[in-house]
Write a protein that binds this ligand. Structure first.
Ligand code: CP
Length: 305
Protein backbone atom coordinates (compact mmCIF):
# COMPACT_ATOMS: atom_id res chain seq x y z
CA UNK A 1 0.00 0.00 0.00
CA UNK A 2 1.39 3.43 -0.96
CA UNK A 3 1.39 5.77 2.04
CA UNK A 4 -1.24 8.48 1.59
CA UNK A 5 -0.46 12.15 2.12
CA UNK A 6 -2.30 13.75 5.07
CA UNK A 7 -3.07 17.33 6.13
CA UNK A 8 -2.97 17.28 9.93
CA UNK A 9 -0.96 20.43 10.70
CA UNK A 10 -0.17 23.50 8.63
CA UNK A 11 3.48 22.47 8.47
CA UNK A 12 2.58 19.16 6.79
CA UNK A 13 2.71 21.08 3.48
CA UNK A 14 5.66 22.86 1.90
CA UNK A 15 5.67 26.32 0.34
CA UNK A 16 5.42 24.65 -3.05
CA UNK A 17 2.33 22.71 -1.91
CA UNK A 18 0.71 25.96 -0.77
CA UNK A 19 1.58 27.72 -4.02
CA UNK A 20 -0.18 24.91 -5.89
CA UNK A 21 -3.23 24.80 -3.57
CA UNK A 22 -3.72 28.59 -3.73
CA UNK A 23 -3.41 28.56 -7.55
CA UNK A 24 -5.94 25.75 -7.78
CA UNK A 25 -8.25 27.54 -5.30
CA UNK A 26 -8.30 30.61 -7.56
CA UNK A 27 -9.07 28.47 -10.63
CA UNK A 28 -11.74 26.35 -8.89
CA UNK A 29 -13.37 29.43 -7.33
CA UNK A 30 -13.51 31.25 -10.70
CA UNK A 31 -15.17 28.21 -12.28
CA UNK A 32 -17.67 27.96 -9.42
CA UNK A 33 -18.55 31.67 -9.77
CA UNK A 34 -19.21 31.12 -13.49
CA UNK A 35 -21.50 28.14 -12.67
CA UNK A 36 -19.24 25.85 -14.69
CA UNK A 37 -19.35 22.25 -13.42
CA UNK A 38 -16.01 20.70 -12.46
CA UNK A 39 -16.10 17.07 -11.30
CA UNK A 40 -12.52 15.78 -10.82
CA UNK A 41 -13.65 13.69 -7.82
CA UNK A 42 -16.58 12.01 -9.59
CA UNK A 43 -17.67 8.89 -7.71
CA UNK A 44 -15.22 9.58 -4.85
CA UNK A 45 -16.34 9.49 -1.22
CA UNK A 46 -15.47 11.82 1.64
CA UNK A 47 -16.16 10.57 5.17
CA UNK A 48 -16.55 13.38 7.71
CA UNK A 49 -16.14 12.44 11.37
CA UNK A 50 -17.31 15.03 13.89
CA UNK A 51 -16.61 14.56 17.59
CA UNK A 52 -17.35 18.27 18.13
CA UNK A 53 -20.05 20.55 16.73
CA UNK A 54 -19.65 22.49 13.47
CA UNK A 55 -21.50 24.67 10.98
CA UNK A 56 -18.86 25.97 8.55
CA UNK A 57 -16.56 22.95 8.47
CA UNK A 58 -19.36 20.50 7.80
CA UNK A 59 -21.06 22.68 5.19
CA UNK A 60 -17.88 23.56 3.33
CA UNK A 61 -16.59 19.99 3.17
CA UNK A 62 -19.95 18.43 2.28
CA UNK A 63 -20.87 21.05 -0.33
CA UNK A 64 -17.29 21.07 -1.62
CA UNK A 65 -17.17 17.31 -2.21
CA UNK A 66 -20.59 17.37 -3.93
CA UNK A 67 -19.47 20.22 -6.19
CA UNK A 68 -16.36 18.22 -7.14
CA UNK A 69 -18.63 15.36 -8.25
CA UNK A 70 -18.28 13.09 -5.23
CA UNK A 71 -20.38 12.39 -2.16
CA UNK A 72 -19.90 13.02 1.55
CA UNK A 73 -20.93 10.85 4.51
CA UNK A 74 -21.36 12.38 7.97
CA UNK A 75 -20.50 10.37 11.09
CA UNK A 76 -20.65 11.55 14.68
CA UNK A 77 -20.07 9.91 18.03
CA UNK A 78 -23.76 9.94 18.99
CA UNK A 79 -25.09 7.58 16.36
CA UNK A 80 -22.08 5.54 15.29
CA UNK A 81 -19.71 3.17 17.09
CA UNK A 82 -17.08 5.91 17.23
CA UNK A 83 -16.37 6.95 20.79
CA UNK A 84 -17.86 3.72 22.20
CA UNK A 85 -14.62 1.93 22.77
CA UNK A 86 -13.58 0.87 19.25
CA UNK A 87 -9.87 1.65 18.92
CA UNK A 88 -9.20 4.61 16.67
CA UNK A 89 -6.71 2.44 14.72
CA UNK A 90 -9.47 -0.12 13.92
CA UNK A 91 -11.91 2.62 12.89
CA UNK A 92 -9.24 4.04 10.57
CA UNK A 93 -8.68 0.64 8.89
CA UNK A 94 -12.40 0.17 8.23
CA UNK A 95 -13.35 3.71 7.23
CA UNK A 96 -10.41 4.12 4.89
CA UNK A 97 -11.31 0.94 2.98
CA UNK A 98 -14.67 2.48 2.07
CA UNK A 99 -13.66 6.04 1.24
CA UNK A 100 -11.20 8.18 -0.73
CA UNK A 101 -10.54 10.92 1.82
CA UNK A 102 -11.44 11.43 5.49
CA UNK A 103 -11.97 14.66 7.43
CA UNK A 104 -11.90 14.51 11.24
CA UNK A 105 -12.84 17.07 13.90
CA UNK A 106 -11.75 15.70 17.26
CA UNK A 107 -10.09 16.57 20.56
CA UNK A 108 -6.37 15.89 21.03
CA UNK A 109 -4.09 15.99 17.97
CA UNK A 110 -2.84 12.55 19.01
CA UNK A 111 -6.21 11.01 18.04
CA UNK A 112 -6.05 12.26 14.46
CA UNK A 113 -2.35 11.35 14.16
CA UNK A 114 -3.16 7.77 15.24
CA UNK A 115 -6.09 7.58 12.83
CA UNK A 116 -3.92 8.86 9.97
CA UNK A 117 -1.15 6.35 10.74
CA UNK A 118 -3.64 3.52 10.07
CA UNK A 119 -5.55 5.09 7.18
CA UNK A 120 -5.17 3.99 3.55
CA UNK A 121 -6.50 7.34 2.32
CA UNK A 122 -5.62 11.00 3.02
CA UNK A 123 -6.82 12.39 6.35
CA UNK A 124 -7.62 16.08 6.85
CA UNK A 125 -7.70 17.86 10.21
CA UNK A 126 -11.05 19.65 10.57
CA UNK A 127 -9.96 21.05 13.97
CA UNK A 128 -8.30 19.64 17.04
CA UNK A 129 -7.56 21.31 20.38
CA UNK A 130 -4.10 22.12 18.99
CA UNK A 131 -4.61 23.10 15.32
CA UNK A 132 -7.12 24.32 12.71
CA UNK A 133 -5.14 24.19 9.45
CA UNK A 134 -8.12 24.37 7.05
CA UNK A 135 -9.24 27.63 8.64
CA UNK A 136 -5.81 29.23 8.32
CA UNK A 137 -5.63 28.00 4.72
CA UNK A 138 -8.85 29.96 4.05
CA UNK A 139 -7.62 32.97 6.06
CA UNK A 140 -4.37 33.25 4.15
CA UNK A 141 -6.13 32.82 0.82
CA UNK A 142 -8.56 35.59 1.87
CA UNK A 143 -5.65 37.84 2.86
CA UNK A 144 -4.02 37.25 -0.54
CA UNK A 145 -7.29 38.15 -2.31
CA UNK A 146 -7.58 41.42 -0.40
CA UNK A 147 -3.97 42.47 0.19
CA UNK A 148 -1.67 40.34 -2.01
CA UNK A 149 1.19 38.16 -0.77
CA UNK A 150 1.37 37.60 2.98
CA UNK A 151 5.18 37.26 2.93
CA UNK A 152 6.79 39.92 5.15
CA UNK A 153 3.42 41.13 6.48
CA UNK A 154 2.33 41.37 10.13
CA UNK A 155 -0.63 39.55 11.64
CA UNK A 156 -1.85 40.69 15.08
CA UNK A 157 -3.44 37.87 17.07
CA UNK A 158 -5.45 39.22 20.04
CA UNK A 159 -6.93 36.79 22.58
CA UNK A 160 -6.39 33.17 23.49
CA UNK A 161 -3.35 31.20 22.34
CA UNK A 162 -5.63 28.46 21.02
CA UNK A 163 -5.61 26.13 17.99
CA UNK A 164 -6.07 29.08 15.60
CA UNK A 165 -3.18 30.99 17.15
CA UNK A 166 -0.93 27.92 17.03
CA UNK A 167 -1.72 27.41 13.36
CA UNK A 168 -1.07 31.07 12.50
CA UNK A 169 2.34 30.66 14.15
CA UNK A 170 3.16 27.55 12.10
CA UNK A 171 2.05 29.34 8.94
CA UNK A 172 4.26 32.35 9.74
CA UNK A 173 7.34 30.13 9.94
CA UNK A 174 6.53 28.42 6.68
CA UNK A 175 5.33 31.37 4.60
CA UNK A 176 7.67 33.94 6.15
CA UNK A 177 5.47 36.55 7.83
CA UNK A 178 5.29 37.87 11.40
CA UNK A 179 2.71 37.30 14.12
CA UNK A 180 2.26 39.69 17.05
CA UNK A 181 0.47 37.78 19.79
CA UNK A 182 -1.22 39.43 22.75
CA UNK A 183 -2.92 37.23 25.34
CA UNK A 184 -3.89 37.88 28.96
CA UNK A 185 -1.26 36.77 31.50
CA UNK A 186 -1.36 33.02 31.95
CA UNK A 187 -2.62 32.36 28.39
CA UNK A 188 0.66 32.92 26.54
CA UNK A 189 1.82 30.81 23.59
CA UNK A 190 3.44 27.48 24.40
CA UNK A 191 5.90 27.06 21.47
CA UNK A 192 6.16 23.29 21.96
CA UNK A 193 2.36 22.82 21.82
CA UNK A 194 2.26 25.09 18.78
CA UNK A 195 4.77 22.80 17.05
CA UNK A 196 7.17 25.61 16.13
CA UNK A 197 10.69 25.38 14.77
CA UNK A 198 11.66 28.58 16.63
CA UNK A 199 12.53 30.66 13.59
CA UNK A 200 11.64 33.93 15.34
CA UNK A 201 8.51 34.76 13.37
CA UNK A 202 6.43 35.75 16.41
CA UNK A 203 6.59 38.19 19.29
CA UNK A 204 4.42 38.30 22.41
CA UNK A 205 2.97 41.61 23.68
CA UNK A 206 1.41 42.28 27.08
CA UNK A 207 -0.61 45.16 25.60
CA UNK A 208 -2.98 44.30 22.70
CA UNK A 209 -2.70 47.89 21.39
CA UNK A 210 1.05 47.37 20.96
CA UNK A 211 0.43 44.08 19.13
CA UNK A 212 -1.90 45.81 16.66
CA UNK A 213 0.49 48.68 15.87
CA UNK A 214 1.30 48.62 12.14
CA UNK A 215 -0.42 45.25 11.58
CA UNK A 216 -1.72 44.28 8.13
CA UNK A 217 -4.28 41.91 9.61
CA UNK A 218 -5.93 41.93 13.03
CA UNK A 219 -7.60 38.70 14.04
CA UNK A 220 -9.12 37.02 17.05
CA UNK A 221 -11.32 34.11 18.08
CA UNK A 222 -13.83 33.26 20.81
CA UNK A 223 -12.44 33.51 24.33
CA UNK A 224 -13.67 30.02 25.22
CA UNK A 225 -12.85 27.45 22.56
CA UNK A 226 -14.75 24.15 22.30
CA UNK A 227 -13.62 21.84 25.07
CA UNK A 228 -12.85 24.66 27.55
CA UNK A 229 -16.46 25.60 28.43
CA UNK A 230 -15.99 24.77 32.13
CA UNK A 231 -13.57 27.71 32.42
CA UNK A 232 -15.95 30.20 30.77
CA UNK A 233 -16.69 32.59 33.71
CA UNK A 234 -13.02 32.85 34.66
CA UNK A 235 -12.04 33.52 31.04
CA UNK A 236 -14.64 36.27 30.63
CA UNK A 237 -12.94 38.20 33.42
CA UNK A 238 -9.38 37.45 32.28
CA UNK A 239 -10.01 38.45 28.64
CA UNK A 240 -12.08 41.62 29.28
CA UNK A 241 -9.31 43.92 27.95
CA UNK A 242 -8.66 41.75 24.87
CA UNK A 243 -11.76 42.75 22.88
CA UNK A 244 -10.76 43.92 19.37
CA UNK A 245 -12.25 47.42 19.02
CA UNK A 246 -11.99 50.49 16.78
CA UNK A 247 -9.02 51.80 18.76
CA UNK A 248 -7.01 48.63 18.07
CA UNK A 249 -7.97 48.75 14.39
CA UNK A 250 -6.85 52.41 14.29
CA UNK A 251 -3.43 51.32 15.61
CA UNK A 252 -3.07 48.90 12.68
CA UNK A 253 -2.30 50.02 9.12
CA UNK A 254 -5.03 52.04 7.43
CA UNK A 255 -5.52 49.21 4.91
CA UNK A 256 -5.50 46.45 7.55
CA UNK A 257 -8.22 43.82 7.38
CA UNK A 258 -10.05 42.16 10.26
CA UNK A 259 -10.70 38.39 10.37
CA UNK A 260 -12.53 36.02 12.70
CA UNK A 261 -13.02 32.33 11.95
CA UNK A 262 -16.58 32.48 13.39
CA UNK A 263 -18.83 31.92 15.21
CA UNK A 264 -18.26 35.32 16.86
CA UNK A 265 -19.60 36.90 20.04
CA UNK A 266 -20.09 40.63 19.45
CA UNK A 267 -19.20 42.59 22.57
CA UNK A 268 -16.83 39.86 23.82
CA UNK A 269 -13.78 39.18 21.62
CA UNK A 270 -14.76 41.84 19.02
CA UNK A 271 -17.00 44.89 18.96
CA UNK A 272 -19.91 45.00 16.50
CA UNK A 273 -18.52 48.10 14.75
CA UNK A 274 -15.30 46.20 13.90
CA UNK A 275 -16.77 42.86 12.75
CA UNK A 276 -19.56 44.61 10.83
CA UNK A 277 -17.31 47.47 9.68
CA UNK A 278 -15.52 48.23 6.39
CA UNK A 279 -12.23 46.52 7.32
CA UNK A 280 -13.90 43.22 8.17
CA UNK A 281 -13.58 40.43 5.58
CA UNK A 282 -15.19 37.71 7.68
CA UNK A 283 -17.81 36.67 5.09
CA UNK A 284 -15.20 36.21 2.36
CA UNK A 285 -13.12 34.31 4.92
CA UNK A 286 -16.04 31.98 5.70
CA UNK A 287 -16.85 31.43 2.00
CA UNK A 288 -13.24 30.67 1.19
CA UNK A 289 -13.36 27.59 3.42
CA UNK A 290 -15.36 26.04 0.57
CA UNK A 291 -12.92 26.96 -2.19
CA UNK A 292 -9.63 26.17 -0.42
CA UNK A 293 -10.90 22.81 0.79
CA UNK A 294 -12.03 21.84 -2.71
CA UNK A 295 -8.47 22.54 -3.89
CA UNK A 296 -7.09 20.67 -0.88
CA UNK A 297 -9.22 17.55 -1.50
CA UNK A 298 -8.36 17.61 -5.21
CA UNK A 299 -4.65 17.80 -4.34
CA UNK A 300 -4.69 15.07 -1.69
CA UNK A 301 -6.73 12.63 -3.80
CA UNK A 302 -5.34 13.31 -7.30
CA UNK A 303 -2.03 15.10 -6.75
CA UNK A 304 -1.06 17.97 -9.06
CA UNK A 305 -3.54 18.19 -11.94
N1 CP B 1 -14.65 28.27 11.89
C1 CP B 1 -15.15 27.02 12.03
O1 CP B 1 -14.40 26.04 12.01
O2 CP B 1 -16.49 26.97 12.13
P1 CP B 1 -17.36 25.70 12.58
O3 CP B 1 -17.00 25.41 14.02
O4 CP B 1 -18.80 26.13 12.43
O5 CP B 1 -17.01 24.55 11.69
Amino acid sequence: MTKPRHYLQFKDFTRDDYRHVFDRTRWIKDKFKRYEPYHPLFDRTLVMIFEKASTRTRLSFEAGMQQLGGSAIYLNTRDSQLGRGEPVEDAAQVISRMSDVVMIRTFEQDIIERFAAHSRVPVINGLTNEYHPCQILADIYTFIEHRGSIQGKTVAWVGDSNNMCNTWLQAAELLDFNVHVSTPPGYEVEPERAGLYGTGHFEQFADPMEACKGADLVTTDVWTSMGFEAENDERMKDFADWCVDAEMMAAARADAVFMHCLPAHRGEEVTADVIDGPQSVVWDEAENRLHVQKALMEYLVLGKV
